[in-house]
Design a protein. Structure first.
Length: 270
């Protein structure tokens, strides 16, 4: 009682009081803010397991990170920097490139104005060692073709299904139709690996998750990772917070808090 904790839950966190199993709570490390704690677990566990457990990231390799300025993207960049001489390619809109370069992305690519696969081939004709794919649809096929021999594609989302403010059933059907498919025999001939990851279905893997969180807390305490907070919004501004992400304006994590930060309420009182 009274401990400051980070929690993992599949849903239901947009409320003032949350009930979760004790096994899904983790003590916050010294010096961490509540906003950072909210930004850590889902994104960093995902990025860590995708890069290291599936990707087996090693020194001198190259990684393509899609949506590089988002929550998992910024976590993955920081984790790549903990391994020696990793070359990072990152897709994001042009306005975010400066920030990506500062964070360690060697080659930011504007996916809106150029073919990222072509751009990567110009720089690295053989392709890359690891692709993190949160997009799905035809982008997964592009990712697979970009892999070097012994390369690994880890798919962990289908962001291409979400195309705008309203559901576009035609776009969703097209993404579904273009979803990547491969047989074990084709994999054998290609010398490549395809992995799928979904943190939401890891509920039972308490020991595994705890070991990952232990590593992440260690990296945080060493100053090697630090959640990047884009903005903090009170619950009553949830629509604006969602718009910030929908319009792809965020660099880092968009955080919801039950009420406006105290500084703002003080200003309002004055």
């Amino acid at each position: 009682v009274g401990d400051k904790v980070m929690v993992l839950a599949r849903s239901g966190l947009w409320q003032e009081v949350v009930n979760v199993p004790a096994s899904h709570t983790f003590p916050m490390p010294e010096g961490m803010s509540f906003e950072e704690a909210a930004a850590l677990l889902v994104n960093y566990i995902t990025a860590y397991m995708v890069l290291f457990d599936f990707g087996n990231l090693r020194p001198n390799q190259s990684v393509l990170i899609h949506m590089a300025a988002g929550g998992v993207g910024t976590a993955a960049i920081q984790l790549c920097k903990t391994v020696e001489n990793v070359t990072i390619f990152g897709t994001a809109s042009a306005s975010k490139h400066e920030s990506l370069k500062e964070s360690g992305v060697a080659h930011p690519i504007d996916y809106r104005t150029m073919d990222y696969a072509e751009e990567i081939r110009k720089i690295s004709p053989k392709g890359v060692d690891i692709v993190l794919d949160p997009l799905g649809g035809s982008d997964t096929s592009k990712a697979f073709n970009l892999l070097k021999p012994m390369g690994k594609l880890i798919t962990y989302g289908v962001a291409n299904l979400l195309t705008g403010q309203k559901r576009n059933l035609m776009a969703m059907a097209k993404t579904w139709w273009n979803q990547f498919s491969i047989t074990a025999l084709q994999l054998l001939h290609q010398n490549k690996a395809v992995c799928g990851y979904h943190l939401g279905y890891m509920d039972e893997e308490v020991e595994l998750l705890r070991s990952v969180v232990t590593e992440l807390v260690k990296l945080y305490s060493q100053g090697k990772i630090k959640p990047k907070i884009d903005s903090v919004w009170p619950f009553d501004q949830v629509a604006e917070a969602m718009k910030q992400m929908q319009e792809k304006k965020n660099v880092g994590k968009v955080i919801l808090v039950p009420e406006a930060p105290k500084e703002e309420s003080k200003k309002a009182e004055n």
